[in-house]
Design a protein around this ligand. Structure first.
Ligand code: AMP
Ligand code: ZN
Length: 477
């Protein structure tokens, strides 16, 4: 089976071949930690996580780096407004970002470099560009990249550089999307920068690195001159990633990235997410409102990363139902009474096929929507088989359970759902005692007591399900 990825640079699906066999080096543009990450950011971060998990699932050795932007225009402005330094201001947001990642099951990556930790390497990188004639220092104390010096500029986005005005400059990190003139690698420190601790010494005087430069330096420093994959949201294609290519290829003399992948932006209730529309939702808020993190994860991976995804509360509730269905299925299988003299079942065949289908669907440009379809199709078929057969052998049951768990190492839904419903042993044995007492009450026709027990459990979010196989219980949110 071969992995195919849609490479933004080639504008087509390509077979994935890493630089070194069996190894994949990935760099992803992480959050700017001037505020809490929102659900749009997490659509992108959950895609990063799917890539990470699926590559490992496919047997690759993965080296994954995601930066945290802790100095840029937005960070400086936010720190200034809060009356703190950038270090004080970004620390809690960096911490909650990592905590949100844990809640939503985003695997830890190998390294989370922060720009402020690598200023020295950034200065050296700029010096290399100046020495090679790709950058120049200006009277305003800044150093600019010369677009004219790199004829391939524009290749990622596919723009014609002859229309650009050579030698005219862009001063801000948040460029107009269509703007592609000489951009700053280093910016002279302003009074505000000094006040918030965003200024360092350099051969060009006090200043700070430009945002694009930060990613070029941290990625090549940690992963080498050529990366296998570089990931980010679609808004980063231009100019951020275009500029990263220019800086990196001119500094190292090698191709920078083999495959570029970009995630389409999330919509909320059918509209672009923005503060002014009041539909700006942070992951924190949803978790604090008591939404199941596994439901958030399900919703955000339920659409292919290059396709539209519209976040609605109704959609989140439907995702909660899907996650619960998966939990119920897992509980049914793991609590199933098996019989080794049971006749043959369809489970081994279904288990073998589902894993193959799942892999090939994920291999098709990380098609998580299709993979969820494959998974839930399996749930339906296995449930039907269990209903029909009543009893199956332990080995058949274990094959089905193994297939389910194998797919979940990539999707992470049971993983997150189970982690957020950790039940201590005391509660568990109390529930078992209550179920036993209820069974006795029913046997002696004391239905009032049986109902009372059901209500007592329900008050603790524990729901009972009676079936021919006995009484099962689950915790619901
Ligand atoms: P930022 O914190 O703004 O630097 O963004 C961090 C990552 O989230 C980047 O890769 C962005 O492209 C991505 N991102 C920002 N807004 C959205 C959105 N609405 N939907 C999906 N990804 C987004
Ligand atoms: Zn970046």
């Amino acid at each position: 089976m071969t992995l195919k990825v849609y490479n933004t640079a080639a504008r087509s699906l390509q077979e994935f071949v890493p630089l070194r066999e069996g190894e994949v080096r990935v760099y992803a543009c992480g959050p700017t930690i001037y505020n809490h990450a929102h659900i749009g950011n997490f659509r992108t971060f959950l895609f990063f996580d799917l890539v990470h998990r699926h590559l490992e699932y496919s047997g690759y050795g993965v080296q994954f780096v995601m930066n945290l932007t802790d100095v840029d225009d937005k960070v400086i402005q936010a720190a200034h407004e809060a009356g703190s330094t950038i270090e004080e201001h970004t620390k809690p947001f960096g911490d909650t970002f990592l905590a949100d990642c844990v809640s939503l099951g985003v695997w830890t990556v190998d390294s989370y470099p922060r720009a402020t930790m690598h200023i020295e390497q950034m200065v050296e990188f700029i010096e290399r560009l100046v020495d090679k004639g790709h950058a120049y220092s200006a009277e305003d104390g800044a150093v600019y990249f010369s677009i004219e010096s790199f004829p391939e500029y524009g290749k990622l986005k596919g723009i014609d550089t002859s229309t650009l005005i050579a030698g005219s400059r862009v001063e801000h990190d948040e460029y107009d999307k269509e703007d592609a003139r000489d951009f700053a690698l280093w910016k002279a420190a302003t009074e505000e920068d000094e006040e918030v601790g965003a200024a360092w010494d350099s051969p060009w005087g006090r200043g700070r690195p430009g945002w694009h430069l930060e990613c070029s330096v941290m990625s090549t420093m940690q992963l080498g001159d050529t990366l296998d994959m570089h990931l980010g949201g679609e808004d980063l294609v231009f100019p951020h990633h275009e500029n990263e290519i220019a800086q990196s290829e001119c500094a190292t003399g090698h191709p920078f990235v083999r495959y570029w992948m970009h995630v389409k932006h999330l919509f909320v209730e059918g509209r672009k997410m923005s503060k002014s529309l009041g539909n700006f939702i942070r992951v924190r808020e949803l978790l604090e409102e008591g939404y199941d993190p596994a439901a958030i994860r399900h919703l955000l991976i339920s659409s292919h990363y290059r396709g539209e995804l519209n976040f609605t509360r109704a959609g989140l509730k439907a995702s909660g139902v899907a996650v619960q269905r998966l939990m119920d299925f897992e509980a049914r299988l793991s609590q199933l009474e098996t019989a080794d003299d049971a006749e043959e079942s369809a489970l081994p065949g279904l288990a073998e096929k589902v894993v193959l289908d799942f892999r090939s669907t994920m291999d098709d440009d990380f098609n998580s929507a299709g993979a969820l379809g494959v998974l839930f199709g399996f749930v339906t078929k296995v449930n039907a088989e269990l209903d029909a057969k009543g009893r199956v052998s332990t080995s058949d049951r274990d094959l089905a359970l193994g297939a389910l768990r194998s797919m979940d190492t990539v999707l992470g839904l049971l993983e997150v759902a189970q982690a957020s419903r950790v039940i201590d042993d005391d509660l568990s044995s109390w529930v078992e005692r209550m179920i036993e007492e209820r069974a006795q009450a029913r046997a002696s026709k004391d239905f009032a007591r049986a109902d009372e027990i059901r209500e007592e459990l329900s008050a603790k979010n524990i729901v009972l399900e009676d079936s021919a196989e006995g009484t099962r219980w689950k915790v619901v949110n």
